[in-house]
Design a protein around this ligand. Sequence first.
Ligand code: MN
Length: 228
Amino acid sequence: MSEHIVPPPTPDIPIIGTDVRFPVHRIYCIGRNYAEHAKEMGMQADRTEPTFFMKPADTIVTGDADVPYPPATHNLHHEVEMIVALARGGRDIPVADALGCVYAYGVGLDLTRRDLQAAAIAKGNPWDTAKGFDASAPVSALCRARQIGHPEQARLVLEVNGQMRQDGDIADMIFNVAKIIHHLSKLWLLTPGDLIFTGTPAGVGALQRGDRMRAELAGVGILHTRII
Ligand code: MN
């Protein structure tokens, strides 16, 4: 019997206007990056040290595919976020150089098993089961910075079944993209292929099977998905 194990494919994301796809290396996420969202979670935003966590690369869902309701939760939440795709990396990247690492932007959903997250926070446990489950990271196609520049201000919205649930602006991020990259690069070696979820504005809430979502970062990307 062969002992050869076929490696799983590298997860990748379509890039608008090209035939090539963005190969995902790691997914870094920042928590509590909008003051109003931190408040609705009963926390205060920390403006000095960002809160980071990760999702496995193969949690992405592309092509507006459906998302199966995950196991082990009764409180699946949506978090609409701007996503940032890196073309370059490094360690200890100065804030002034950080945007030079960015290849593209898009919009994504940081799906969260909120009940498991609340239990983890109460026990002082890690967030992996709450954040890093299968299909927990639906993402739009990516829009290259060479085409749109580096947006500092853009409306970020999520509609569920045609009703507005989240309506924010990336201008309200506590740590902007350059600062996020700077802080991440002090903790990890960033590389081409890294993807960053930049935090969610207020209005997070529960999803049910059958819910249809439409997420948009104005001028950057649109994502449709459905919970099945
Ligand atoms: Mn989030």
